[in-house]
Design a protein around this ligand. Structure first.
Ligand code: GCU
Length: 627
């Protein structure tokens, strides 16, 4: 930028010359500056791990910007001179009031709340900067991929905006090929996790609002034309007795080009088929395999096959399990057989106060506790967890309920809110639709009844089914009435879900010690899942079983609840609330909660509470019954 303009602008800015003049100049400057193509926000890339990657994890500089000084001018208009320029003083008198390279660093991926104690309660904007080496490539694209950023994030590469993403728990990627320069490049990310009524989740939720770049960041190298998405799923309605089973295969290029050869191979099954893309850049077809040869994915045998996909010269590898999941009356059928979901709910949080979980090790720690409980199923609440968690569960033989954070009282009539929820639902399914262990997509949790809510959720349920007809749709409903110990569930959404799931807190939020008296009326011919029940206990705090917060109180509550729910007709599974104590700003009881929801059957340090063993024993009986 020529010195004259810079000097003039600083003066203009400093002396607060009429704002209009300033913006006119800005307009002129933006016209004068060589226009570079804005980066594209792309549909999500399927199976990013199949591509050549450059990790951008590691140390990033960060600047805490409470009043978004780096984005707005003093009139609260977006400024073209924001921190995204990573500007440096050119001459001694130049005034630049930020410098990323002098700013502290934070390990990314992580949340800022557990990385900088000043930010423990912080909700607002933090800027992140990272430099990286790159070479613009003629025949390839470079995508910038984020596993997740909470909540509202804007990204710039070399001062040019790459794009924006809203939503804290799903991945997104930008094509930054045209923004790269040879040598040192700079990516700057503005992250804002402030809560708003129209957001998803909305203003209040019972988990810590961990902010930041919470999952992996990477540069992904793709060919100009690449496989944007593909799906390989075992067809329902065919049994072992049928000689052949059908795998439905489909794929889509990132561009509507006909004539490209897509080959899918499953070497272990000696299966290979080649398809040619149509004018929309799509292929679809079937692979037939003898039923005897095919090992179905199940918790007992979480078999995955290496699946090789090639497009023209490029080859991608994935490991996919094949199974069917469906319902028959009040039963859930896995591979045609009734299955009982021995579950537990989990938040995406490292043990030992470590903040957001985001690695195979974190996943293995949490899932191993679930396995010790006797689980074959987990409810990943209340938002899509990181891909490590889902893939590790698939490897360990654990079925998954995956959910979007349409939680409590969402702004039902707000179109932006609906679009946001729908996008999160789309991306949740887009990332994980090839994971055999995901059996249920959940579209909501504990939402108040109204026509607006029904319309909102109805559209989401239909959309989910349009995106994936091979899995079950559900949501966590609430007990509608409980007069005289008769608990009723009446919910219009029962028509649109495959499994009727609800949360109930007999013994904690209501009817302490009345579980034995409870009756349940669930007038739907569908499987029932108790998606939550439970109570709090501080690990190591012991006393009478009617003394709140003692392990004995929680132990007794579990005993009574398990006996109670065992009588519910059509009970097909449960996911008690919750595996591990987790942080929540809503839990402020000093000396007991200390900003932790204490309903874990395991403490935050992994110490097993008495209730853990009650649940473990109950699951053992369920498993024995099956044999
Ligand atoms: C609700 C909610 C959870 C919450 C739990 C509790 O049911 O779904 O997110 O943490 O109750 O009150 O502990």
């Amino acid at each position: 930028m020529c010195t004259f303009v810079a000097v003039f602008l600083q003066k203009a800015k400093k002396t607060k010359m009429k704002h209009t003049l300033f913006s006119i100049i800005m307009l002129t400057v933006s016209v004068l500056l060589p226009a570079t193509a804005a980066a594209e926000v792309l549909p999500l890339l399927q199976n990013v791990n199949a591509y050549e990657q450059t990790s951008l994890n590691g140390e990033w500089n960060y600047i805490v910007d409470v009043q978004e000084e780096g984005y707005y001018d003093y009139r609260m208009n977006p400024t073209p001179w924001g921190f995204f320029l990573n500007a440096k003083p050119q001459r001694p008198e130049d005034l630049i009031e930020y410098d990323f390279d002098k700013a502290p660093v934070m390990q990314i991926p992580s949340d800022w709340n557990t990385q900088d104690e000043r930010l423990f309660f912080y909700e607002g904007t933090v800027w992140f900067k990272r430099s990286f080496q790159a070479v613009p490539m003629q025949d390839y694209r470079t995508l910038l991929y984020f596993g997740a950023v909470n909540y509202d994030c804007r990204v710039w590469v070399n001062g040019k905006e790459a794009g924006r993403h809203v939503g804290g728990f799903t991945p997104f990627n930008f094509d930054i090929s045209d923004l790269l320069v040879e040598g040192e490049n700079v990516v700057i990310v503005k992250v804002d996790n402030k809560r708003h009524k129209g957001d998803v989740p909305t203003q209040i939720f019972d988990w810590w609002n961990y902010g930041g770049i919470t999952r992996d960041v990477m540069l992904v190298k793709t060919t100009k034309v690449y496989l944007e998405d593909y799906s390989a799923a075992l067809r329902r309605g065919e049994g072992r007795k049928d000689g052949k089973r059908t795998i439905d295969f489909s794929a889509r290029l990132n561009t509507p080009e006909a004539g490209h050869k897509v080959t899918v191979r499953i070497p272990e099954l000696k299966l290979e088929s080649t398809f040619t893309t149509d004018s929309e850049g799509k292929v679809g077809g079937t692979l037939k395999v003898s039923a005897k040869k095919l090992t179905l994915w199940s918790p007992e045998n979480p078999k995955r096959y290496q699946v090789l996909l090639s497009l023209d010269t490029a080859t991608y590898s994935d490991s996919i399990g094949f199974r069917t999941i469906e319902t028959r009356g009040k039963q859930i059928l896995l591979n045609g057989e009734p299955v009982f979901l021995r579950g537990i709910s989990i938040h995406e949080e490292k043990p030992n106060g470590g903040g957001r979980a985001n690695s195979t090790d974190d996943a293995r720690t949490l899932l191993t506790w679930a396995k010790e409980l006797g689980c074959n199923y987990v409810r990943l609440a209340h938002y899509p967890h990181n891909e490590y968690m889902v893939r590790e569960a698939e490897r360990m033989g654990i079925m998954v309920w995956s959910e979007i954070p349409v939680y409590w009282t969402i702004d039902w009539t707000n179109d932006d809110t609906y679009a946001n929820a729908r996008q999160q639902l789309h991306d949740m399914i887009a990332r994980d639709h090839n994971r055999a262990n995901i059996i249920i997509w959940s579209i909501a949790n504990e939402t108040p009844h109204s026509a607006e809510r029904d319309s909102f959720l109805g559209r989401l349920a239909r959309y989910a089914r349009s995106q994936d007809s091979t899995r079950l749709i559900s949501m966590a409903m609430e007990v509608t009435s409980a007069a005289n110990y008769v608990n009723r569930l009446q919910d219009n959404m029962h028509e649109l879900v495959d499994v009727v799931s609800f949360n109930q807190y007999v013994g904690w939020y209501r009817d302490v010690n009345d579980a034995p008296k409870m009756r349940w009326e669930i007038p739907y011919d569908k499987p029932v899942i108790i998606s939550e029940f439970g109570g709090g206990a501080k690990y190591g705090y012991h006393g009478a079983k009617n003394q709140r917060w003692t392990e004995e109180f929680q132990e007794n509550l579990y005993r009574e609840n398990l006996a109670m729910i065992d009588k519910i007709e059509g009970l097909a599974g449960t996911s008690p609330w919750i595996l591990k104590d987790f942080r929540s700003p809503r839990r402020v009881l000093n000396g007991v909660q200390d900003y932790y929801n204490r309903k874990g059957v395991v403490s935050d340090r992994g110490e097993k509470k008495k209730a853990f063993y009650v649940l473990k024993e109950w699951y053992q009986t369920k498993e024995n019954k099956k044999k």
